[in-house]
Ligand binder design. Structure first.
Ligand code: IPM
Ligand code: MG
Length: 359
């Protein structure tokens, strides 16, 4: 097959980890004789430096015509000035919105040899396998905002807003995924306080009872969910929630597998290219040292093969290779727990070798 893939390395460790994923894409192309055409674009702080814009039109246009997009990370202290005209994160939010990537899939599945890397007890995390589906183009992230002055006080306002169709479409994505897993779907909201959550609850309940009545469906308040996630995470299969709650809960859930460096994500729309990225940030403190963990980005590449390129065999091969590398005890510093560690590019090389050994 032929596919156009856009790489957006971004800032901090982004270029280092995307470089390893790029090698994996090349290797898969070679083994399966696919014609992958790769192009590079700029997003985030590096794009601000060069164009004064965290998502230049040229990047956006290249992405629109792509089959899939792989992103590293954006942001860093260099662009953190609160008075700056724009920020790297604006580029990320804009690409999500412009490409209508409303469903963000974040799988959380601790690897068996890394259970000890988690600060939580083994009997809590063993067997955890959760798929978060976070709404990504609505809610308080994209409502109106205002900063004004009122009777000598500064007043800041953010609007949290959801429309029926925005809730329906993301709940459908989550319900479909649940049908292919353990048929269990949990919707998370704050319906005891927020009007927007009461609508979310009503609409998601309607979608499930009308279209997916075979599912075990449950609703949980977000504060309780924060607690359940670290006391009984095994009880959850697919979890669907709004943009802000999903942002917070997935950072919390990332503690379960021990390292953020292992977790991929996929942002999908109705059609058009999907955007794939690790869920961790740009880690400016370790950028340029060649010690970042490239596995989350490599696993994001597997999700790209699965969802955008419809190459499930290739996706599975990458996932198996990563598993084998971890089973063999290879560790970057973030998961080495004081034992011997290997570099970013050595880890990438280990994955390539494992891919070839399995293929
Ligand atoms: C994420 C990040 C982003 C978000 C930031 C960088 C804007 O935290 O993808 O979870 O809040 O969505
Ligand atoms: Mg986040």
């Amino acid at each position: 097959m032929q596919a156009n893939i856009v790489l957006l390395p971004g800032d901090g460790i982004g270029p280092e980890i995307v470089a390893e994923a790029e090698k994996v894409i090349g290797e898969i192309g070679r083994i399966f004789s696919h014609d992958f055409r790769l192009s590079h674009g700029e997003i985030g702080g590096c794009a601000i430096d060069k164009y004064g814009d965290p998502l230049p039109d040229s990047t956006l246009e290249t992405c629109r015509t792509a089959d899939a997009i792989l992103l590293g990370a954006v942001g860093g202290p260099k662009w953190d000035d609160p008075n700056a005209k724009t920020r790297p994160e604006v580029g990320l939010l804009k690409i999500r919105k412009e490409l209508e990537l409303f469903a963000n899939l974040r799988p959380i599945k601790p690897h068996r040899t890394l259970i000890e890397a988690s600060p939580l007890k083994r009997d809590i995390i063993e067997g955890v396998d959760i798929l978060f589906v976070r709404e990504l183009t609505g809610g308080v992230y994209f409502g109106d905002s205002e900063l004004r002055e009122e009777q000598g006080q500064e007043v800041a306002l953010n609007e949290m807003i959801y429309r029926t169709n925005e809730i329906e479409r993301v709940v459908r994505v989550a319900a479909k995924a649940a049908m292919q897993r353990s048929q269990s779907l949990t919707s998370v909201d704050k319906a005891n306080v927020l009007e927007v959550s009461r609508l979310w609850r009503r609409v998601s309940q309607d979608v499930v009872s009308r279209e997916y009545s075979d599912l075990n469906y449950d609703v949980v308040l977000v504060d309780a969910m924060a607690m359940h996630l670290i006391t009984r995470p095994r009880d959850f299969d697919v979890v669907v929630t709004g943009n802000l709650f999903g942002d917070i809960l997935t950072d919390e859930a990332s503690v379960l597998p021990g390292s953020l460096g292992l977790l991929p994500s996929a942002s999908l729309g109705e059609d058009g290219p999907g955007l794939y990225e690790p869920i961790h940030g740009s880690a400016p403190d370790i950028a340029g040292q060649g010690i970042a963990n490239p596995l989350a980005t490599i696993l994001a590449t597997a999700m790209m093969f699965q969802h955008s390129l419809e190459l499930p065999q290739e996706a599975e091969l990458i996932e198996k290779a990563v598993e084998q590398v971890l089973d063999a005890g290879h560790r970057t510093a973030d998961i080495a727990a004081g034992t011997e560690s290997i570099s970013t590019s050595q880890m990438g090389q280990k994955v390539i070798e494992a891919i070839n050994a399995i293929a």
